[in-house]
Design a protein around this ligand. Structure first.
Ligand SMILES: Cc1cc2nc3c(=O)[nH]c(=O)nc-3n(C[C@H](O)[C@H](O)[C@H](O)COP(=O)(O)OP(=O)(O)OC[C@H]3O[C@@H](n4cnc5c(N)ncnc54)[C@H](O)[C@@H]3O)c2cc1C
Length: 495
């Protein structure tokens, strides 16, 4: 029987990152993937949706500049799909070749890629069912089986008319109308993309009062305004009563909105975007007595499960479903297994995310509602894009930077939100400072290029220090600087 140091079940970005890190320790690794190497990073997930977003943004820009809503009149979904598939192909090929060439470079058997389904027999044995069935022995196991779209028991998903994110990229033409159930990040991203093309009437159903309810109201306010400007109808505080395919090949749905009579709509297609469920079934967890929570996510402590030689990382453990988080956890788990010294526990307080909306939203650390919920006293500086030279030059002044720091002399950065063009390019410096537990002084010292969007962060920081170039007492609607405690905010400087 083959014997390995590490057996990784699941070849998404998490499993792939783990395999590469284990090689750094000169360990013998087997990576098992039952479907497609790259997981949701490559297929029906990040690459597909982000290529579609980029493409749709270009169209939106042209629509705005030319003031012509029909610029994409002759654009077919086939043409867009071709671009999406090219991006997927490029990434898939890169991952595959990298793995194959590494296998050739390394001593024989150091890195094995096995196509098949992994199943834990006992804490040191994994069965692989692919072309044939075989069992391997391993010192450590890492479970990276990822997640799948959540569906509703009373809605029949056929991935043609009623789809999840697994089906949406396989449509043959732009739908004339599309309803999206769920106004979380993925739902709002698809609403942005399809409305950007100007070829689809988009409806967005959410049970909450506002979209992206986990974000502060000023963030969602801009995104909501732009979605509605782009023709999206948002059904707020709405409950889906039923959704079904009709005999004429369309989709009918009925919603109950708070304080209104039930409404019925008929659309071409529907996208169910109500979160993801962990792929923790059929992998033999019961054979080793590994526990899952009510949401079927694997329970762990800093990536280690209750079985000391079995670890878990990425979407299957359900903390934060992001590629950067999965990769980080995977690499961390490998260091815990093979490193000479125990690394410090993973911190989740400086994770940066980008939301591909209109405009893009970048986030790191806490927002105001989290700080308030935790009863943390904070200072806040907010700079409107309208005061940033680069944004003015771009003619894209919709947006802001908002930085939260501790309400003490150190002013440690608690979090930041950037909403607007190039927002994501500005977040990393702040993420670094949060991870280093540093205050804002470092940021005031940096000499940013001019004109650049990141200058907005510097102006936030200067404002907190009382030495901004533009004074909040003059540009009251564009610059704000407060200290906030128990939901009561008091201006830091004369208003
Ligand atoms: C539409 C969409 C957009 C997204 N956009 C972003 C984004 O912009 N940025 C971002 O950071 N994240 C984004 N995500 C989330 C990101 O895709 C996931 O967080 C990431 O792919 C998780 O990686 P993973 O390896 O843990 O799981 P997955 O990518 O789900 O991979 C798990 C792999 O395990 C395999 N597997 C499962 N069971 C077994 C088994 N028994 N044996 C062998 N193999 C098995 C599966 O086939 C799969 O390939 C997006 C997701 C979606 C759906």
């Amino acid at each position: 029987m083959e014997i390995y140091d590490l057996c990784i079940i699941g070849g998404g970005p998490t499993g792939y990152a783990a395999a590469m890190r284990a090689l750094d320790f000169n360990k013998k690794v087997i990576l098992i993937e039952k479907d497609r190497l790259g997981g949701a990073q490559v297929f029906d997930g990040v690459m597909a949706s982000k290529t579609l977003w980029e493409y749709s943004e270009r169209i939106r820009n042209v629509r705005e500049i030319t003031r012509n809503n029909d610029v994409a009149e002759n654009l077919t979904y086939d043409e867009v799909s071709e671009e999406v598939n090219n991006a997927i192909f490029e990434r898939k090929t890169q991952l595959t070749y990298h793995l194959r060439l590494l296998q050739e470079q390394l001593p024989y058997g150091m890195l094995t890629y096995e196509k098949g389904s992994g199943y834990i027999i006992d804490k040191n044995t994994v069965r692989i069912s692919g072309d044939g069935i075989k069992e391997i022995k391993t010192k450590f196991i890492l479970i990276c089986t990822g997640s799948s779209p959540r569906i509703l028991p009373n809605v029949l998903v056929d991935e043609t008319n009623i789809m999840t994110s697994d089906g949406i990229h396989h449509m043959e033409e732009f739908p004339k109308s599309l309803v999206i159930l769920g106004a979380g990040i993925i739902g709002c991203e698809y609403a942005t993309m399809f409305s950007n093309f100007g070829k689809t009437k988009v409806y967005l159903i959410d049970k909450a009062e506002r979209i992206l309810p986990f974000e502060d109201e000023d963030v969602t306010g801009i995104v909501t305004k732009n979605l509605e400007k782009n023709g999206v109808t948002i059904h707020k505080e709405a409950t889906l009563i039923r959704m079904e395919k009709t005999t004429d090949g369309m989709v009918e749905y009925e919603i109950a909105c708070k304080g209104k009579e039930n409404q019925i709509f008929k659309v071409d297609k529907a996208l169910i975007s109500i979160g993801r469920v962990a792929n923790s079934h059929n992998i033999g967890l019961e054979n080793v007595n590994i526990k899952v929570n009510d949401a079927k996510q694997i329970l762990d402590d800093d990536t280690q499960t209750s079985v000391p030689n079995i670890y878990t990382a990425g979407d299957v453990s359900g903390r934060i479903s992001l590629v950067n988080v999965g990769e980080r956890e995977a690499r961390h788990a490998v260091v815990l297994m093979f490193g000479e010294e125990r690394p410090r526990r993973i911190r989740y307080n400086n994770i940066s995310t980008i939301m591909f909306l209109n405009p893009e939203v970048a986030a790191v650390g806490m927002n105001e509602q989290e700080a308030r919920a935790k009863k943390i006293r904070y200072k806040l500086a907010k700079v409107d894009y309208g005061t940033i030279a680069r944004a003015i030059a771009m003619r894209k002044t919709d947006g802001f930077f908002k930085i939260l720091v501790s309400d003490d002399d150190e002013m440690k950065i608690l979090g930041m939100r950037a909403v607007g063009e190039h927002a994501s390019s500005a977040i990393q410096a702040v993420a670094l400072l949060i991870s280093m537990n540093k205050g804002i002084d470092e940021l005031t010292q940096l000499m940013h290029p001019h004109p650049s969007i990141i200058e907005g962060i510097q102006e936030c920081v200067r404002m907190l220090k009382g030495k901004s170039i533009y004074k909040p007492s003059v540009f009251r609607d564009r610059l704000q600087c407060y200290t906030c405690h128990d939901g009561i905010c008091t201006p830091l400087y004369p208003q």
